[in-house]
Write a new protein. Structure first.
Ligand SMILES: Cc1cc2nc3c(=O)[nH]c(=O)nc-3n(C[C@H](O)[C@H](O)[C@H](O)COP(=O)(O)OP(=O)(O)OC[C@H]3O[C@@H](n4cnc5c(N)ncnc54)[C@H](O)[C@@H]3O)c2cc1C
Length: 462
């Protein structure tokens, strides 16, 4: 019987396991090793905002793992991978062997090398343990003051959760604008005005030099001479893929573990998936780490299918970030920052509203959206634009139409049959199935019958 070993229990690992079982029906041995229980990090902000109970963070329990016939080493860390011996060594010295290995170890917060970064009350927010620590440090305070180091995607997701709770917030960012890896300077300026109006303190273009205890709170010393005081400090300065375990193993690592379109590393029976894997990119030849949940899920499913003996190739991941910043919706897709692309931009800072489409010849290859959700007429084509990029649809004469009618994406979307292409494009050659595990066995609401209008979008009526 083939023995599949999986390291990690995040979305990449769970999707790989579920895919293997879907294909082999239990006819293999699966061993899972993870230093944390199976859960979804992207749900942590909802727990922090107290919108869900702690139990709802988890993506599997013992009964579910038993049903999938998975042997578990939860709470154990893999220290070393040896592809020649087909073995892994755990931190406690145990050695286990495998036929196929999946490394789905994700990433960790990048360490911050400044004095005071290790003080109590200074946290990253990446794990359940970090979330619990922040909840504990702020317990009993009606409106704790929090300082963020870093104004990136993850930092802002956490910031939004704290905003919902009415906490007082400050942000220090070394770049000259917020969300530097998601928005251009012009769209970011709309977000900055919005945040200032919401009472969030912004310190841009400067760095934190040190953190010190100050009258029972924390004091951040900034490079521009200013100081920021807070009860708690959140460090959100980026992530580092967890590749230590393959050091010296011969498995090739660049920023992450390099994988091909079957999620194989340079060693054929060793796969990598999710935040740790540097894989194919939908919009170019370069391999990239996108470090988002949809990519981890896709990677896991592709790795699982190939480990189970199929040959399934991944078209590549699409960079996408969608964010609620204290009520202002922000999104960017694909090559949103491509200086060689032709840009079509609409902006109204007073509303505020910003939309930028980036064209490579007659294809949209990147986009940025900023606006309020009540501005639905301006934002409801966000999903359509994402689908257009994903399907690499050529616009032909419709490009001129969009130039003349920049708010009417719907017409070319229908005419070019983008929805049909999306419906037909499946990762594993069949529609995805719903997960079996649900918190307290809760099922989605009654099945919605598709209204007739749906047919107009997804069928070809020539
Ligand atoms: C607060 C927060 C909010 C987020 N929000 C979003 C969002 O809105 N949208 C989005 O797309 N993405 C979001 N993300 C990112 C998303 O969660 C990650 O992209 C995703 O979790 C990656 O999945 P993964 O399976 O690759 O890794 P992970 O989920 O990180 O899982 C890796 C697993 O490997 C284990 N592990 C690591 N090293 C070892 C070892 N040596 N031995 C044993 N086990 C090991 C870890 O403990 C962990 O269980 C968010 C992340 C955070 C932290």
């Amino acid at each position: 019987m083939v023995h599949h070993m999986i390291i990690g229990s995040g979305p990449a690992a769970m999707n790989a396991i579920e895919t293997i079982r879907e294909i082999d029906g239990g006819n293999s041995k699966i061993t899972l090793i993870s230093d944390e229980p199976a859960y979804s990090r992207m749900v942590l902000p909802y727990y922090l905002a107290q919108q869900i109970p702690e139990k709802q963070i988890y993506t599997a329990d013992d009964a579910y793992f038993d049903q999938l016939k998975v042997d578990r080493y939860i709470g154990q860390k893999v220290a070393k991978v040896d592809p020649t011996q087909k073995s892994v060594t755990l931190a406690d010295g145990q050695k286990l062997t495998f036929d196929n290995l999946l490394i789905a170890t994700g990433a960790s917060p990048a360490p911050l090398a400044i004095p005071g970064a290790d003080l109590p009350g200074v946290f990253p927010l990446w794990t359940i343990a970090h979330t619990e620590a922040v909840l504990q440090a702020t317990a009993g305070k009606s409106a704790p003051e929090v300082a963020f180091i870093g104004a990136g995607f993850i930092g802002f997701i956490v910031l939004n959760a704290m905003y919902k709770r009415g906490w007082k917030l400050h942000v220090v960012e070394i770049a000259d604008h917020v969300l530097p890896r998601m928005l251009d300077k012009e769209s970011a300026s709309l977000v900055e005005t919005w945040l200032k109006n919401k009472g969030v303190g912004l310190h841009l273009g400067t760095s934190v030099q040190s953190i010190a205890d100050h009258h029972g709170r924390k004091r951040l010393q900034l490079a521009n001479g200013q100081t920021v005081d807070a009860d708690v400090v959140i460090v959100a300065t980026g992530i580092k893929p967890n590749t230590d375990l393959v050091q010296g193993s011969g498995i090739v690592v660049d920023q992450g573990i390099i994988v091909n379109d079957r999620m194989q590393t340079n060693v054929a029976n060793v796969y990598a998936a999710g935040d740790v894997a540097q894989g194919p990119n939908l919009l170019g030849d370069r391999t990239e780490i996108h470090a988002i949940q949809p990519t981890a899920v896709d990677h896991g499913r592709i790795a699982g299918a190939n480990m189970a003996g199929q040959t399934v190739r991944y078209p590549g991941s699409l960079s996408m970030n969608i964010l609620d910043v204290c009520g202002l919706q922000c999104a960017s897709f694909g090559r949103w920052n491509d200086p060689s692309a032709q840009a079509m931009t609409i902006t109204n800072p007073d509303r505020p509203l910003y939309r930028k489409l980036l064209w490579t010849q007659d294809q949209i290859t990147g986009a940025i959206f900023v606006g309020q959700s009540s501005d639905v007429g301006m934002l409801n084509d966000l999903g359509m634009v994402k689908g257009i990029i994903q399907t690499k649809t050529s616009f032909g004469p419709w490009k001129e139409f969009v130039r003349d009618n920049p708010f009417d994406i719907r017409r070319p979307y229908i005419a070019l049959q983008v929805a049909k292409k999306l419906v037909e494009a499946t990762l594993l050659g069949r529609p995805a199935k719903p997960r079996q595990y649900r918190f307290q066995n809760k099922q989605p609401g009654p099945q919605i019958t598709q209204p007739q209008a749906h047919q107009h979008f997804v069928t070809n009526k020539q």
